[in-house]
Design a protein around this ligand. Structure first.
Ligand SMILES: Nc1ccn([C@@H]2O[C@H](COP(=O)(O)OP(=O)(O)OP(=O)(O)O)[C@@H](O)[C@H]2O)c(=O)n1
Ligand SMILES: C[C@](O)(CO)[C@H](O)COP(=O)(O)O
Length: 227
């Protein structure tokens, strides 16, 4: 039977966020930030395992109570996100046809409904795809002096989110040939492998906590979802 497995790369250092510990361990509404991420994925009925990829030198994970029965932990993170995902895929020993949903630990406001929409839309897809948002604003290209060199037509432009959902076999082959710096998400590795991933409408609340200014919004969104 085809399985749905979540793979969460969490081996980043959060250099843009800064601070003494990586952003995924910041306290957010009483839990570490990435607990909310892992909890949302765990609540998706179709997902049988939530595989977390930590850095081999992670000093923080064991300080918290995670209490998530679907969680499996591998300390095999690499120097880039692509490497962490590649190592995680190897460690989780998924079957060729299993669906793998790769999701950033730092996207902690993921909703169960968005993941279910992704799974339902891609159920019969040959390639797989990702959550993404059509660009809502006017888009400018800047020159080296910070002046506008062009207004870029926004038609057809989307912002990539996660989860990004692909068959384990195809994803492993695509990542094996990828150059870490040029592959910032799984979809770009699949594109380089000659396929066209499907874009599935995501959710503005599913943003990536990248800078300290993002924290207040994440806090408010999570608080609004409490019973
Ligand atoms: N070597 C890396 C780099 C990133 N990630 C993970 O990939 C996700 C998306 O990356 P990003 O938000 O950019 O996180 P960081 O790399 O930690 O942040 P920064 O780029 O600011 O250093 C995060 O959950 C991060 O932990 C990872 O597993 N391994
Ligand atoms: C995968 C991703 O979240 C898609 O938007 C993103 O590319 C990863 O983070 P980074 O900021 O590009 O490192």
């Amino acid at each position: 039977m085809t399985r749905y497995l979540a793979l969460v790369p969490a081996a980043g250092s959060g250099s843009r966020f800064g601070g003494p510990s990586p952003k995924q361990y910041l306290q957010l509404n009483g839990r570490p930030l990435m607990w909310h991420t892992l909890q949302a994925l765990s609540q998706v009925e179709a997902i049988s395992e939530v595989v977390l990829v930590l850095s081999p030198g992670d000093e923080w994970f064991d300080d918290f109570d995670w209490d998530l029965p679907k969680l499996r932990v591998h300390r095999v993170g690499g120097a880039s996100r692509a490497e962490s995902v590649r190592n995680g895929l190897e460690a989780m020993a998924a079957g060729e046809q299993d669906w793998v949903l790769v999701h950033d630990a730092a996207r902690c406001c993921l909703s169960v409904a968005a993941v279910e929409r992704l799974i339902a839309t891609l159920a019969d897809d040959q390639v797989g795809g990702l959550l993404a948002l059509p660009v809502p604003d006017t888009v400018k290209r800047a020159d080296a002096e910070g002046r506008i060199s062009a207004t870029v037509p926004r038609q057809g432009l989307w912002l990539a989110q996660t989860p990004q959902m692909f068959r384990a076999g195809l994803l492993a082959r695509a990542l094996a040939g990828s150059v870490a710096d040029e592959v910032t998400d799984e979809a770009s590795a699949i594109e380089r492998h000659g396929h066209k991933p499907r874009l599935v409408e995501g959710d503005a609340q599913n943003f990536k906590v990248t800078y300290p200014r993002d924290l207040a919004l994440a806090r408010a969104i999570l608080a609004s979802r409490k019973d």
